[in-house]
Design a protein around this ligand. Structure first.
Ligand code: HDD
Length: 716
């Protein structure tokens, strides 16, 4: 697919070639500059040296002002359900047709070299190369945003980026300027709860949802419009990291998500996402207890169901990171006939910002000519010139570079709607010029509360811990105090928990009394004003835990072993895991071949020095007396198991491997009959009933994490 569509002459393969300069001259020596004598000065006439050095000196371009750190992949989109009733867009009408896509996932705040697993929003930008032109769905892994009007975006980003005086901290919002801004921006509360939830630390790009965020329009051939929100649902299901783990991975493997994406595509375990739409009819625009043009609000799935209409598969890694992932330029205003924008004031500002930023970042108005950005059809217009122009318009034949013209038979001429010309939806707009936010945007807490209340208890606990971490880093007491007041608007019990740890005095009783004062509680005032509208107080669709898919595809299991291990145990586990699409990596005391007790061999790709438990989803220790004896003496092996346990991960041991678990600080659970058993998600078998062991472990891996474990007493 990719090959078919790319401009082949620009794809260079250096296999079996001779080195040349950029002018095509063959180079005879690229290691020694031209000198006046062997020990003499370098000569200016060395054109190869000058060209090589100049190109190198100019290799860097500005990184994206936000979303600088990212990874991309090629793939295709296939439609299941014909949406002609709603849209004239071919990509949403032609079922079974594969449309090429390029996707870039990113973090937002960190610089280009920052770590993948920081707490942040993840960008989820998709470029569809449709037959009617490029359509970009430039979304995030969260369905709402921090602000309602894009004019606040520079303030938001300044506050979140490292502080201006010392450029610290990197890729983290846990600092005063961010929380100062947040505490003064109540409209951010809903989004903040998303960022501080497990969604802010996804396990992988394969395990997160994506959202177009804004309300867009679908417009059909009759010119009728429906409001739409776009969703991506990961086929592999949703999964996140634990915060302590995420921080450690940032050091152990800052490329964690990038590498996972790359490797799973190389291994043929293609990331897949279903495309869903929520549709609201024009006549229902004002039926909900939120304004559908407000980007800080989601449409609860229980009110407006998500219809799955297609699937995207990422099946090919880029050939060159810079040419593709770095130079790709997205823009929410890249729409195709049948898809249109709305008056969402956040979207309206984005429609300006993206082209503007590309002009600087990619050096001029011709960035659409860069191969990754080109549409898959010929572009015909009268735009000319500019830095780095690639297109050679045949103006010698057709002199006219203007419209109308008679020198080129009036070509290229505008297309009629029937010919596929883009026609903007004819929305009637009237109003006074005014700098004002609509009153209907004023309720900042109801959906934050909906989100929080829809979480399971462990998910709520993680949000509390995230607040404690982030606000615990804030030096100014008055900022922490203001934030506790906002939290109290959402959930008083949560405010009490947070206040306690971050040194804020919070009087629960007087706060509750204050809440009753309607003048103070704008949120409830607005909420009650709209109570006649459609609303929900619980949305199970928002919880990752409640929507867990219990399969293990793509999960990575560490097998800890040394010479003399029990190969049979290893082999049974391997078969089960591989058959279910999981991966298995041997971690040992040395690299290379490790011999089992029966003489069989496995290859250790990692040692206890080169890897860590945080880089795996689960841990297995096969028996084998000699092997376990070695591991027992190794603090790093014990730490590996304890750390995985601490992060709530599934663990399994067979035979003597169980002795190793006994030496670790894994807690036993007391049973009602007075006996004890291993904690949840710890699977052990002394005997050789491999079937039961591997099946129990497979199921445990499908659970992903065992939150009920009481791990507080165990050192990290
Ligand atoms: Fe943005 C990049 C997503 C609000 C201005 N944005 C960018 C990218 C994503 C998003 C995924 C990276 C694209 C890539 O991988 O190259 N942005 C969003 C979402 C938003 C949002 C989902 C809210 C719903 N953005 C937003 C606003 C503005 C911008 C309100 C300014 C008015 N965003 C930009 C930008 C960036 C960008 C400065 C930086 C690099 C780029 O565009 O290409 O123009």
């Amino acid at each position: 697919m990719k090959q078919e569509n790319e401009q082949k002459e620009l794809h260079v393969n250096n296999a079996d070639t001779l080195l040349t300069t950029n002018t095509g001259v063959r180079v005879s020596d690229t290691d020694n500059s031209l000198k006046a004598g062997e020990r003499g000065p370098t000569l200016l006439e060395d054109f190869h040296f000058r060209e090589k050095m100049t190109h190198f000196d100019h290799e860097r371009i500005p990184e994206r002002v936000v979303h600088a750190r990212g990874s991309g992949a090629h793939g295709y989109f296939e439609l299941f359900e014909d949406m002609s009733r709603y849209t004239s867009a071919g990509i949403l009408r032609h079922t079974g047709k594969q449309t090429p896509v390029f996707v870039r996932f990113s973090t937002v705040v960190g610089f280009r070299g920052s770590a993948d697993t920081v707490r942040d929003v993840r960008g989820f930008a998709v470029k569809f190369y449709t037959e009617e032109g490029n359509w970009d769905l430039v979304g995030n892994n969260m369905p709402v945003f921090f602000i309602q009007d894009s004019i606040k975006f520079p303030d938001l980003v300044h506050a979140a980026k490292p502080e201006p005086h010392n450029e610290m901290p990197q890729a983290s919002a846990a600092h005063d300027s961010f929380w100062d801004f947040m505490s003064l921006t109540p409209e951010s509360m809903h989004m903040l709860f998303w960022v501080l939830s497990d969604r802010g630390i996804p396990r992988s790009y394969q395990n997160m949802e994506g959202f177009g965020v804004h309300t867009f329009r679908l417009v059909n051939e009759q010119g009728e419009s429906h409001f739409v929100k776009f969703h991506w649902k990961p086929v592999a299901g949703m999964a996140s990291l634990v915060w302590d783990e995420a921080q450690k991975i940032a050091g152990k493997n800052p490329d964690y998500n990038r590498q996972q994406l790359w490797e799973s595509i190389e291994e043929g375990n293609f990331p897949e996402y279903e495309l869903g739409v929520q549709i609201i009819e024009e006549k229902d625009e004002f039926m909900f207890d939120f304004d559908i043009l407000d980007a800080t609000k989601l449409w609860p799935e229980e009110l407006v169901p998500v219809r799955i209409i297609g699937k995207m598969t990422l099946n090919s890694n880029p050939d060159n990171f810079f040419a593709e992932t770095e130079q790709v330029a997205f823009h929410p205003g890249h729409v195709v006939p049948g898809i249109d924008v709305t008056n969402d004031p956040l979207l309206q500002g984005r429609l300006f910002s993206y082209v503007d930023t590309q002009l600087l970042r990619l050096g001029g108005p011709n960035f659409q000519e860069i191969p990754i950005n080109r549409p898959r059809m010929q572009v015909h217009n009268n735009q000319r010139d500019g830095f780095m122009r690639q297109t050679i318009n045949q103006d010698r034949k057709n002199r006219a570079n203007y419209y109308p013209n008679s020198l080129n038979n009036n070509s290229p001429r505008p297309a009629t709607a029937a010919e596929g010309g883009y026609v903007h939806y004819q929305e009637k707009v009237e109003g006074h010029k005014i700098r004002k936010r609509s009153e209907s945007f004023n309720d900042h807490y109801t959906q934050a509360r909906l989100f929080y209340n829809s979480m399971t208890a462990p998910e709520q606990k993680h949000i509390a811990e995230a607040f404690n971490f982030e606000l615990g880093k804030v030096e100014h007491l008055h900022i922490r105090e203001r934030m506790v007041e906002h939290i109290a608007q959402v959930d008083v019990a949560l405010a009490v928990q947070v206040a306690q740890e971050i040194g804020v005095e919070f009087d629960e009783a007087s706060w509750k009394a204050k809440l009753k004062d309607t003048a103070h509680n704008v949120a409830d005032k607005v909420a009650s004003a709209v109570s006649s509208k459609k609303s929900v107080t619980d949305s199970p669709a928002l919880s990752m835990e409640k929507n867990k898919k219990e399969h293990i595809k793509g999960r990575k299991v560490a097998v800890l072993l040394a010479e003399g291990f029990n190969h049979e145990a290893y082999q049974h586990l391997q078969q089960t895991l591989l058959a279910n699409g999981a991966e298995l990596e041997v971690v040992s005391t040395m690299l290379g071949v490790i011999k089992a007790a029966d003489g069989q061999q496995v290859e250790a790709k990692k040692t206890f020095n080169t890897t860590a438990s945080v880089l795996y989803d689960a841990v297995f220790v096969p028996g084998g007396k000699e092997s376990v004896q070695k591991l027992l003496k190794l603090g790093k092996a014990v730490h590996f198991i304890e750390e995985a346990y601490l992060h709530h991960k599934p663990l399994a041991a067979s035979g003597e491997g169980v002795d190793l678990f006994a030496e670790c600080r894994l807690r036993d659970v007391a049973l009602s009959d007075g006996s004890t058993q291993m904690d949840k998600g710890v699977v052990t078998a002394r005997d050789t009933n491999w079937q039961d062991l591997t099946e129990a472990f497979r199921q445990a891996i499908g659970q992903h994490r065992f939150w009920e474990r009481m791990v507080e007493a165990i050192p990290g």
